[in-house]
Design a protein around this ligand. Structure first.
Ligand code: ZN
Ligand code: ZN
Length: 184
């Protein structure tokens, strides 16, 4: 959905828009997020002096793998955001704004779907867990430790203790050698 900025400026009352995004998967830092239904974006735009004031609400239900066990996990996003879009040629900040992916035709047209998508991506969680106490996958055999326990962890010594164990072994070796010499 595209809106001509000049029309926003001329409007006497706030303009409301409802944008439905596609269910195309999104990627954030190597994690895929798949919308389970088309994400909804509601926008209220009104002119405030040299800017367009934006009130946005985004609703989305995303499926992504748990960061520890890779099981499918659902994240419900229900976010509200505000923004100010500087109007063309009014100030220095306009330069950045004009190259934003949701502005087209040299700042004369704003692509609301692109703006909604940018908001959604910006608010995706960096790390999704299936539950706060997810036990993850065993680093040795890959078994999902939420489902059952594997035998890999058993008999393992704390790495700090393992060092101590090796020191004791070395000492023992020297002493044994000494003892042997004495015996000879
Ligand atoms: Zn998990
Ligand atoms: Zn294991």
């Amino acid at each position: 959905m595209k809106v001509v900025v000049a029309e926003l400026c001329e409007a006497v009352s706030p303009c409301d828009f409802e944008v439905v995004l596609s269910t195309m998967p999104l990627e954030l830092q190597g994690t895929d997020f798949v919308p389970l239904s088309p994400p909804h974006v509601r926008l209220r735009l009104r002119r405030e002096g040299r800017k367009i004031a934006v009130e946005a609400a985004v609703r989305a239900r995303m499926l992504s793998p748990c960061a520890r066990c890779l099981a499918d996990s659902i994240t419900d996003l229900n976010l509200a955001a505000t923004d100010l879009w500087p109007l063309c040629g009014m100030s220095d900040e306009t330069a950045d704004f004009l190259v934003s992916p949701f502005m087209e035709d040299a700042g004369r047209v704003v692509n609301l779907a692109e703006y909604g998508l940018a908001l959604l991506v910006e608010h995706l969680p960096v790390r999704v867990l299936c539950s706060g106490d997810c036990r993850g996958l065993c680093p040795t055999c890959g078994l999902n430790r939420n489902e059952r326990d594997c035998a890999c962890g058993q008999g393992e010594i704390d790495p700090r203790l393992a060092v101590l164990g090796r020191l004791l072994q070395d000492k023992g070796g020297v002493r044994d050698g000494a003892t042997e010499k004495k015996n000879i």
